[in-house]
Ligand binder design. Structure first.
Ligand code: G3H
Ligand code: 13P
Ligand code: ZN
Length: 335
């Protein structure tokens, strides 16, 4: 049994309370490899932002849960080495799908876990979430639950159609489970294809497709039922057009990839939404940079020569999110 506090990690409780009060959101970035982790830590240290490192089931399968945990421990030392004396880094399990998986993460040193029972019948979701909370809270590990189903498809997370969160259920869910934060469904979804072109309208000024707005009425109703309760938005990548264009320019084939407009996320970050999940934008930044090197320097075969630029591009993107979208810069409790 490893306690995350001994690794220099923190749970989400304090940072969420401050984020709600201050009208900003904490970035939750997924990581699967060293370059992503370096870019996340560098971006958060340089902007003095708290940060949540997320490990999905797919990441565990790809990189190994134990190795990822040691990397997160290393990230704390790396942040300190860069001059950040009191980094606030959370190691979070993303979309945990069983009690056993959540327990294994708690036991290994994760400081936060998500139990995603959103696909289960309501009472089963309540029972499973409560069981995880009861275990995790013994070790002061915070727990994210989910109500409502997001649309979209990713490796381990898929749902054909979304169902918005029912605000009538949130008080009962939060009270009976004791969860620390709640992920809700208001129209975001996982992956780079969040909307079909026919759902969007063309902006004559930019020539770009604009997706339908998020269901802020649902968010407002949830906040009214649970004042001051930490809300989480999954599926919040913006799918920057510049990356899609770069990928396509250098031999890729991403057709009609559409994300959440940044204005919508800015608006959400000012509300009780205090954790915003971003994964796909990092994948796009990395792929765009790697493709460019491969196309421009076909003789290059030193991985550092293409993973280095990919890391730089991801760092730029993470900083942009922190500074211009979520507003979590300069929000460390102590520098
Ligand atoms: O919410 C899903 C995350 O983007 C993780 O995706 O399961 O492919 O690692 P993954
Ligand atoms: P995106 O696919 O929009 O980046 O969402 C990531 C996510 O929600 C991770 O849990
Ligand atoms: Zn998610």
């Amino acid at each position: 049994m490893v306690n995350y506090k001994d690794l220099g990690l923190v749970n989400t409780r304090d940072m969420f309370a401050r984020a709600i009060k201050g009208g900003y959101a904490i970035p939750a970035f997924n990581f699967n490899n060293m370059e992503q982790l370096q870019a996340i830590i560098k971006a958060s240290v340089e902007t003095k932002s708290p940060v949540i490192l997320q490990v999905s089931k797919g990441a565990r399968n790809y990189a190994n849960q134990t190795l990822l945990r040691y990397m997160a421990e290393g990230a704390v030392a790396y942040a300190k080495e860069m001059g950040c004396e009191h980094p606030e880094i959370v190691l979070h399990l993303d979309h945990g799908d069983s009690f056993e998986l959540c327990k294994s993460c708690v036991d290994l040193g994760f400081s936060s876990v998500m139990i995603d029972g959103s696909h289960l019948p309501y009472e089963e979701n309540v029972a499973l979430t409560k069981k995880v909370v009861e275990y995790a809270h013994q070790f002061d590990v915070t727990v994210e639950g989910e109500l409502g189903v997001l649309a979209g498809v990713e490796d381990e997370v898929s749902a054909e159609h979304h169902t918005y969160t029912n605000p009538e259920e949130v008080i009962d869910f939060a009270t009976r489970t004791g969860c620390d934060s709640l992920a809700i469904s208001i129209g975001t979804s996982h992956g780079a294809y969040k909307f079909k072109p026919e759902q969007c309208h063309l902006d004559p000024k930019t020539g770009r497709l604009v997706p339908p707005p998020l269901a802020f009425d649902v968010l407002d109703a949830v906040m009214e039922k649970l004042p001051g309760f930490p809300i989480v938005l999954h599926g919040s990548s913006s799918v920057p057009q510049e990356y899609v264009d770069m990928i396509n320019q250098y031999g890729g084939k991403l057709e009609a990839a559409i994300g959440i407009p940044e204005e919508e996320l800015r608006k959400a970050a000012k509300s009780a939404v205090c954790k915003i999940n971003i994964d796909s934008d990092s994948r796009l930044a990395m792929t765009a940079a790697v493709r460019r090197v491969f196309a421009e320097k076909p003789a290059e075969f030193d991985p550092r020569k293409y993973l280095g630029p990919a890391r730089d591009e991801m760092e730029k993107m993470y900083k942009h999110k922190i500074l211009n979208v979520l507003g979590s810069d300069g929000k460390l409790a102590q520098c």
